[in-house]
Design a protein around this ligand. Structure first.
Ligand SMILES: NC(=O)c1ccc[n+]([C@@H]2O[C@H](COP(=O)([O-])OP(=O)(O)OC[C@H]3O[C@@H](n4cnc5c(N)ncnc54)[C@H](OP(=O)(O)O)[C@@H]3O)[C@@H](O)[C@H]2O)c1
Length: 311
């Protein structure tokens, strides 16, 4: 089969190559991939010299089951599915266990649902971890990105007052259209405290987001898109204004290797198919155009998801 592999001689450290077809384990379905989406983490990871040439990467892929799992788990051949994995999604075929595969309604756009696994599941899980959001103020940093766009929509659906942070003022209207009630360039500009933060950027934004949290609130540190370190002034950690019991939590989508994501993948796919969630695709092309898409993501020229159609 053809696949996108790490190639450190290529501009975006990726190229197409012929590789062996995957051999599914008894609990894995074999999926013919029709569309994939790119995430900052894996595209950045491909540029890391420690990632070997030839490595098969790619977390998000959607397609059609061509062979059901032999142990009877998961959907039948012919079912459209969205899949999550730690590797090897950007290829014509992918072997996936039932726990990392969601059914997609007939006729749904597989490119749109391919954006779900990393961005959609991360947003969903982090917001769920904050507890009931009805009437609470929730801040989303890196709001124009893949995770951020899902998070705005899901938080607004859950009844939160959504405070979006984006360094790009031109995006304000589009973020409001997704459900943001306020849009700021920086967490330091937010006037009223928030009860929770989904923090994608790191560096100074993590410090300023923590300063914006009310007593008992939490910042969930999801990403470090800025690449910067966070240096907390001592006063931020020993407040004298009564805002105690605030916390910062880390998060990793695949922290529990055995977690069953199928119900959430299936629900998110149905929401997208019904038009109730906007997948936020800002760039879509054939997978032969992978280099432009990856560079746009790395150079912060992409606001939303990049999707590649496999043909
Ligand atoms: N822990 C996990 O399990 C997990 C899961 C998913 C993602 N992540 C991480 O979470 C982060 C967000 O993921 P994503 O897929 O949404 O990434 P993305 O699509 O690249 O979006 C990140 C957003 O952060 C902002 N940003 C980027 N570079 C920045 C910089 N130098 N300074 C300030 N802001 C910057 C941009 O928003 P504006 O231009 O609007 O400011 C951008 O749209 C990434 O770091 C990713 O690796 C972690």
């Amino acid at each position: 089969m053809r696949a996108l592999v790490v190639d450190h001689t290529a501009k975006a450290h990726l190229s197409q190559a012929d590789v062996a077809d995957p051999v599914p384990a008894p609990d894995e379905a074999l999926v013919r991939v029709e569309a994939v989406s790119l995430n900052y983490g894996e595209v950045k990871g491909a540029t890391d010299p420690a990632t070997p040439d030839g490595a098969l990467i790619g977390w998000d892929a959607a397609g059609v089951v061509v062979e059901a799992a032999v142990d009877g788990s998961g959907p039948a051949a012919g079912t459209s599915v969205v899949t999550l994995g730690e590797t090897a999604g950007w290829a014509e075929l992918r072997a996936v266990p039932a726990t990392r595969l969601g059914a997609v309604p007939d006729g749904a756009d597989l490119g749109a649902v391919s954006t779900i696994p990393v961005a959609g599941l991360t947003a969903l899980q982090v917001l769920r971890g904050m507890g009931p959001l009805l009437g609470r103020r929730v801040m989303i940093t890196g709001a124009s990105g893949g995770v951020g766009r899902y998070a705005i929509q899901l938080a607004a659906r859950a009844g939160a007052e959504v405070v979006a942070i984006s360094g790009n003022p031109a995006l304000e209207d589009s973020l409001r259209a997704l459900g943001a009630h306020e849009v700021h360039a920086d967490p330091a500009h937010v006037e009223r405290p928030v009860s929770g933060v989904l923090e994608n950027v790191g560096g100074q934004q993590l410090v300023d987001a923590f300063a914006a949290v009310q007593a008992g609130g939490t910042v969930v540190s999801v990403g470090r898109s800025s690449g910067a370190d966070s240096i907390f002034p001592a006063a931020a950690l020993t407040p004298t204004d009564g805002r105690h019991d605030r916390s910062i939590r880390t998060y990793f989508l695949l922290a529990d290797a055995g977690e069953d994501f199928s119900a959430d993948l299936t629900w998110l796919a149905a929401e997208i198919a019904a038009g109730r969630i906007d997948p936020g695709i800002s760039r879509r092309a054939a997978w032969t155009s992978h280099e432009e898409a990856a560079l746009a993501l790395l150079e912060r020229r992409l606001h939303g998801k990049a999707v590649l159609d496999i043909a």
